[in-house]
Design a protein around this ligand. Structure first.
Ligand code: 3HC
Length: 271
């Protein structure tokens, strides 16, 4: 949506036409939300903008053929190293030589994902934040093998999207998640110890620290499955770090399929 809104031609790839249809509907809904304010006194111009942006988005279930015509491949699939590596290793054989590959991974090392390809110099990370149309930040990640030219292209692309990029090393969680995820899990631990209700902790961090959402609201928003995946991965690599220790409460909720907003229930219930 953001790339299409800034004049880029985008092919959105997913595993089924049904999911793609839902995704395009989601983009349309989100665009309408943005346009409502931006074109408040010119609704017709707003509708024209929505249609123009949607024309920049085509969809496909064939990642290989989509990559053949792409300058940039941005992957945002499931947080599973093997699945990401398989995808990129296949695309590496099909995409033109100049095509840059980037991952939107929340927590996996970019160099591990890139190792499945023969374009280590044209591989980096572009990490966006939810909700992407509103959040201004993009983390741009370079590995030790990413060329300066590739890194500069990713920085420039982020600016062309109207975002503010920051440069990150390929370290666990980059900048934001390395600080945000341990903070959220510390809040959950505080609650597990009986030292504060979810509601009070959320209110405290909103009104006392100026955060737009409290840690429980935010983890429901990000998804408890994603949070758990990030924590488990770091815990496996650095088991002595108490910041990465698992939370029983999160494990239980995830085991019950309560992932947060997207499943209708996490720490809180949603309609
Ligand atoms: N698409 C388009 N616009 C959206 C939107 C969406 N999905 N979600 C919200 N908006 C817009 C609304 O239209 C509204 O625009 P307006 O101010 O121009 O009218 C604006 O955002 C505010 O929305 P609301 O009034 O509905 O609600 P809030 O004022 O509470 O803002 C929020 C919602 C922007 C989500 C805010 O609560 C927020 O910033 N929360 C924190 C989000 C955050 O921390 N994200 C990072 C998560 S970590 C992550 O993503 C990394 C990953 O790797 C895990």
């Amino acid at each position: 949506m953001v790339a299409a809104s800034t004049g880029h031609s985008v092919t959105l790839v997913d595993t089924s036409d049904d999911i793609l249809k839902k995704a395009v509907k989601g983009i349309e809904g989100s665009l309408k939300r943005v346009v409502k304010k931006k074109f408040a006194d010119k609704p017709e111009a707003g509708e024209e903008f929505v249609q123009k942006v949607l024309q920049n988005v085509s969809t496909s279930t064939d990642a290989g053929s989509a990559a053949q015509g792409a300058d940039l491949v941005l992957e945002a699939i499931v947080e599973n190293l093997k699945i990401k590596q398989d995808l990129f290793s296949g695309l590496d054989k099909l995409a033109p030589a100049h095509t840059i590959f980037a991952s939107n991974t929340s927590s996996l090392p970019i160099s591990d994902i890139a190792s499945s390809t023969n374009r280590l110099d044209r591989f980096g990370g572009l990490h966006f934040f939810n909700p992407v149309p509103m959040m201004k930040l993009v983390e741009v990640i370079g590995t030790s093998a990413t060329s300066q030219e590739t890194f500069d292209s990713l920085l420039n692309f982020s600016k062309m999207l109207g975002k503010t990029p920051v440069s990150c090393k390929d370290t666990p969680g980059f900048i934001v998640n390395r600080l945000l995820v341990p903070y959220i899990v510390e809040a959950i631990r505080l609650h597990e110890r009986g030292h504060g209700s979810k509601e009070d902790i959320d209110i405290a961090m909103k009104l006392g620290a100026g955060y737009p959402m409290g840690p429980f609201e935010l983890s429901d928003y990000v998804g408890l499955d994603t949070m758990k995946f990030i924590m488990d991965g770091w815990n496996e690599k650095d088991p002595d770090n108490p910041l990465f220790a698992p939370s029983e409460m999160v494990n239980k909720l995830v085991a019950e399929g309560k992932y947060g907003k997207k499943t209708g229930e996490g720490f809180y219930k949603y309609k």
